[in-house]
Design a protein around this ligand. Structure first.
Ligand code: GDP
Ligand code: MG
Length: 304
């Protein structure tokens, strides 16, 4: 680094309802895939960090699980993780799916922000998919709450407006040394990232409730001399019938999941990958602290 300007660095948390586009936005901001994305809600379970430089400012973007009304322990832990990530940050961005508008989830977040007395940046997402005349009333209604310091309209998918948002967030980051080396873009351990990618493929290829019943653990990680890595992962399911579905007829489903996951893990790691998947029944994993830990979720956060 050159020059005498002090460095700046801070945490910017992205909160929002499930499916608002938080993970898509973090990937876009970082310019690489650090968070998994799927059309299904609640894909992101743990807190994911994406790190990016804007000029001389290092911004640590915090992708949080969606905030919604939790029922089960896993859901409570996810929502608590999301709020914790937000409260610890220097700045909060409330990302709203403009297509859905101010629905119950978005309203609850707005009210909780108001109750916490912290101003957030409002970012209306998915403007590529909505007519402009629908945006203005939404902006008007949300800014009236007094909860937001400013509003951006973006498309995390196309990148529209994202650079403006990032530039503004950079301006508001506190002075301080960079927390990460300048080329680091994520701080998720590679084992966990590899498991998350496989979990994303489960979400994309399985239907209904089944993805929510699964968890993925990277069990083995063998470095080979030719530069490749052999990764062994276990997919936990809760019932025998689920195992049969994940395997598919003649093992076709697990094969397709494995091929897709291997390709992407190899891409992200920048090396050849040999991926071996096992499917195991673990009926009560959602009640086991260890199963939370392997997914990077705080078990105690799910306490009532
Ligand atoms: P999250 O649950 O908030 O992390 O949302 P994701 O990032 O997983 O995205 C949920 C879905 O919305 C995915 O199918 C994304 O492709 C889609 N999506 C995200 N951002 C945009 C956007 O700007 N425009 C459109 N049309 N779709 C988007
Ligand atoms: Mg997500």
């Amino acid at each position: 680094m050159t020059g005498t300007a002090p460095t700046r660095c801070g945490f910017a948390a992205i909160i929002g309802a499930p499916n608002a586009g938080k993970s898509t936005l973090v990937n876009r901001l970082v310019g690489s895939k650090v968070a998994i994305v799927s059309p299904k809600v609640q894909t992101t379970r743990a807190r994911v960090l994406g790190i990016a430089l804007v000029g001389q400012v290092q911004i640590v973007w915090v992708d949080t699980p969606g905030i919604f009304e939790p029922r089960r322990r896993l859901e409570r832990a996810m929502v608590a993780t999301a709020w914790k990530g937000a409260e610890d940050a220097d700045l909060m961005i409330h990302l709203v799916d403009a297509q859905r508008g101010l629905d119950a989830d978005a309203r609850r977040i707005m009210e909780q922000l108001g109750a916490a007395g912290r101003k957030a940046i409002l970012a209306l997402n998915k403007i590529d998919a909505i007519r402009p005349e629908r945006l203005l009333p939404l902006v008007a209604e949300m800014t009236q709450s007094g909860v937001y310091s400013e509003t951006f309209m973006i498309s995390a998918l196309t990148g529209d407006g994202v650079a403006d948002l990032a530039a503004r967030v950079a301006e508001r980051m506190p002075e301080g040394p960079w927390l990460y080396p300048e080329d680091q873009i994520a701080d998720m351990p590679q084992r966990l990232l590899a498991a998350e990618i496989t979990r994303e493929k489960l979400f994309l290829q399985l239907h209904d409730e089944l993805p929510y019943a699964t968890a993925v653990e990277t069990e083995t990680w063998e470095e080979h001399r030719d530069g490749s890595v052999r990764i062994g992962q276990v997919i936990y399911v809760m019932r025998p019938s689920q195992k049969a579905i994940v395997l598919g007829r003649g093992g076709a489903r697990i094969k397709a999941i494995s091929v897709a996951a291997r390709q992407e893990i190899a891409e992200v790691l920048g090396r050849r990958v040999h991926l071996v998947l096992f499917v195991k029944e673990r009926p009560n994993w959602q009640d086991e602290p260890e199963a939370y830990e392997i997914q990077g979720i705080d078990w105690s956060a799910g306490e009532r």
